[in-house]
Design a protein around this ligand. Structure first.
Ligand SMILES: [Fe+2]
Length: 178
Protein backbone atom coordinates (compact mmCIF):
# COMPACT_ATOMS: atom_id res chain seq x y z
CA UNK A 1 0.00 0.00 0.00
CA UNK A 2 1.29 3.43 -0.92
CA UNK A 3 1.74 5.73 2.05
CA UNK A 4 0.72 9.32 1.69
CA UNK A 5 3.71 11.51 0.91
CA UNK A 6 3.26 13.50 4.09
CA UNK A 7 3.13 10.39 6.20
CA UNK A 8 6.21 8.87 4.60
CA UNK A 9 8.07 12.15 5.01
CA UNK A 10 7.23 12.24 8.68
CA UNK A 11 8.09 8.61 9.38
CA UNK A 12 11.08 8.50 7.06
CA UNK A 13 12.71 11.60 8.45
CA UNK A 14 11.54 11.40 12.04
CA UNK A 15 9.87 14.77 11.91
CA UNK A 16 6.61 15.21 13.75
CA UNK A 17 4.02 17.89 13.26
CA UNK A 18 4.35 19.28 16.75
CA UNK A 19 5.94 22.58 15.84
CA UNK A 20 5.84 24.98 12.94
CA UNK A 21 9.57 24.72 12.24
CA UNK A 22 9.07 21.06 11.31
CA UNK A 23 6.24 21.99 8.99
CA UNK A 24 8.60 24.52 7.41
CA UNK A 25 11.27 21.83 6.95
CA UNK A 26 8.73 19.49 5.34
CA UNK A 27 7.73 22.24 2.92
CA UNK A 28 11.37 22.84 2.06
CA UNK A 29 11.97 19.14 1.39
CA UNK A 30 8.95 19.01 -0.86
CA UNK A 31 10.10 22.12 -2.75
CA UNK A 32 13.64 20.77 -3.00
CA UNK A 33 12.34 17.71 -4.80
CA UNK A 34 10.03 19.86 -6.94
CA UNK A 35 12.89 22.10 -8.08
CA UNK A 36 15.06 19.10 -8.81
CA UNK A 37 12.37 17.56 -11.01
CA UNK A 38 11.91 20.86 -12.81
CA UNK A 39 15.61 21.12 -13.62
CA UNK A 40 15.16 17.91 -15.63
CA UNK A 41 11.80 18.86 -17.12
CA UNK A 42 12.39 22.45 -18.28
CA UNK A 43 14.94 21.64 -21.02
CA UNK A 44 12.35 19.26 -22.53
CA UNK A 45 9.68 21.97 -22.35
CA UNK A 46 12.08 24.44 -24.01
CA UNK A 47 12.91 21.95 -26.76
CA UNK A 48 9.22 21.32 -27.40
CA UNK A 49 8.23 25.02 -27.49
CA UNK A 50 7.59 26.46 -30.94
CA UNK A 51 7.46 30.18 -30.14
CA UNK A 52 10.86 31.80 -29.68
CA UNK A 53 9.57 33.79 -26.68
CA UNK A 54 8.25 30.68 -24.99
CA UNK A 55 11.48 28.78 -25.60
CA UNK A 56 13.49 31.60 -24.08
CA UNK A 57 11.07 31.93 -21.12
CA UNK A 58 11.63 28.24 -20.31
CA UNK A 59 15.40 28.62 -20.68
CA UNK A 60 15.46 31.68 -18.42
CA UNK A 61 13.36 29.89 -15.84
CA UNK A 62 15.70 26.90 -15.95
CA UNK A 63 18.56 29.19 -14.89
CA UNK A 64 16.36 30.63 -12.13
CA UNK A 65 15.31 27.14 -11.04
CA UNK A 66 18.94 26.11 -10.50
CA UNK A 67 19.27 29.16 -8.28
CA UNK A 68 16.08 28.19 -6.42
CA UNK A 69 17.61 24.83 -5.60
CA UNK A 70 20.76 26.54 -4.30
CA UNK A 71 18.66 28.89 -2.16
CA UNK A 72 16.81 25.93 -0.64
CA UNK A 73 20.15 24.34 0.26
CA UNK A 74 21.07 27.62 1.91
CA UNK A 75 17.75 27.69 3.80
CA UNK A 76 18.29 24.13 5.10
CA UNK A 77 21.72 25.08 6.38
CA UNK A 78 20.38 28.24 8.02
CA UNK A 79 17.93 26.00 9.88
CA UNK A 80 20.78 23.75 10.94
CA UNK A 81 19.92 20.74 8.79
CA UNK A 82 21.25 19.01 5.72
CA UNK A 83 19.40 19.55 2.44
CA UNK A 84 17.01 16.64 2.03
CA UNK A 85 14.79 15.77 -0.86
CA UNK A 86 11.60 13.81 -0.43
CA UNK A 87 9.92 12.77 -3.63
CA UNK A 88 7.27 15.37 -4.39
CA UNK A 89 4.43 13.30 -5.87
CA UNK A 90 2.43 16.36 -6.87
CA UNK A 91 5.26 17.75 -8.99
CA UNK A 92 5.81 14.30 -10.48
CA UNK A 93 2.20 14.36 -11.68
CA UNK A 94 2.49 17.88 -13.07
CA UNK A 95 5.70 17.02 -14.91
CA UNK A 96 4.05 13.89 -16.31
CA UNK A 97 1.19 15.96 -17.65
CA UNK A 98 3.70 18.28 -19.31
CA UNK A 99 5.44 15.28 -20.84
CA UNK A 100 2.14 14.02 -22.27
CA UNK A 101 1.74 17.33 -24.09
CA UNK A 102 5.34 17.22 -25.33
CA UNK A 103 4.68 13.76 -26.77
CA UNK A 104 1.45 14.74 -28.54
CA UNK A 105 1.24 15.66 -32.19
CA UNK A 106 -0.53 18.80 -33.27
CA UNK A 107 -0.43 22.36 -34.50
CA UNK A 108 2.71 24.12 -33.12
CA UNK A 109 0.83 27.15 -31.73
CA UNK A 110 -1.88 25.02 -30.17
CA UNK A 111 0.79 22.88 -28.59
CA UNK A 112 2.49 26.00 -27.22
CA UNK A 113 -0.81 27.05 -25.63
CA UNK A 114 -1.04 23.63 -23.97
CA UNK A 115 2.60 23.80 -22.82
CA UNK A 116 1.95 27.19 -21.21
CA UNK A 117 -1.09 25.79 -19.40
CA UNK A 118 1.02 22.92 -18.03
CA UNK A 119 3.87 25.25 -17.02
CA UNK A 120 1.50 27.63 -15.24
CA UNK A 121 0.13 24.76 -13.15
CA UNK A 122 3.72 24.07 -12.08
CA UNK A 123 4.33 27.72 -11.23
CA UNK A 124 1.17 27.97 -9.18
CA UNK A 125 2.12 24.85 -7.24
CA UNK A 126 5.49 26.39 -6.43
CA UNK A 127 3.97 29.76 -5.58
CA UNK A 128 1.70 28.02 -3.04
CA UNK A 129 4.63 26.08 -1.57
CA UNK A 130 7.00 29.03 -1.28
CA UNK A 131 4.26 31.34 -0.01
CA UNK A 132 3.44 28.96 2.86
CA UNK A 133 7.11 28.23 3.63
CA UNK A 134 7.93 31.95 3.67
CA UNK A 135 5.05 32.64 6.07
CA UNK A 136 6.01 29.74 8.37
CA UNK A 137 9.61 31.01 8.42
CA UNK A 138 8.42 34.47 9.46
CA UNK A 139 6.11 32.98 12.07
CA UNK A 140 8.95 31.08 13.75
CA UNK A 141 11.06 34.23 13.78
CA UNK A 142 13.37 33.31 10.91
CA UNK A 143 13.17 36.43 8.80
CA UNK A 144 16.53 35.57 7.23
CA UNK A 145 15.05 32.34 5.82
CA UNK A 146 11.78 34.11 4.96
CA UNK A 147 13.62 36.76 2.93
CA UNK A 148 15.52 34.13 1.00
CA UNK A 149 12.30 32.26 0.18
CA UNK A 150 10.65 35.54 -0.80
CA UNK A 151 13.33 36.08 -3.46
CA UNK A 152 12.39 32.77 -5.06
CA UNK A 153 8.68 33.45 -4.62
CA UNK A 154 9.09 36.73 -6.54
CA UNK A 155 10.85 34.93 -9.38
CA UNK A 156 8.15 32.26 -9.55
CA UNK A 157 5.51 34.99 -9.70
CA UNK A 158 7.43 36.75 -12.43
CA UNK A 159 7.83 33.54 -14.45
CA UNK A 160 4.08 32.99 -14.20
CA UNK A 161 3.40 36.54 -15.39
CA UNK A 162 5.75 36.14 -18.36
CA UNK A 163 3.88 32.98 -19.38
CA UNK A 164 0.56 34.85 -19.16
CA UNK A 165 1.97 37.68 -21.30
CA UNK A 166 3.25 35.27 -23.96
CA UNK A 167 -0.09 33.45 -24.03
CA UNK A 168 -2.19 36.60 -24.17
CA UNK A 169 -0.13 38.54 -26.67
CA UNK A 170 0.70 35.85 -29.14
CA UNK A 171 0.26 32.16 -28.60
CA UNK A 172 -3.45 31.94 -27.80
CA UNK A 173 -4.38 34.20 -30.70
CA UNK A 174 -2.35 32.05 -33.11
CA UNK A 175 -3.70 28.87 -31.59
CA UNK A 176 -7.28 30.09 -32.03
CA UNK A 177 -6.64 30.48 -35.76
CA UNK A 178 -5.47 26.91 -36.13
FE1 LIG B 1 11.43 27.39 -8.72
Amino acid sequence: MKMSSWFSKITGQSLTLDNLENVLKLQLRDLYSAEDQLISALPKMAAAAHSRDLKSAFETHLRETRQHKTRLEQAFRMLGCEPKSESCDAMEGLVEEGQEIIDMDGDPEVKDAALIAAAQRVEHYEIAGYGCARTFARRVGRNDVANLLQETLDEEGNADKILTDIAETWVNAQAARA
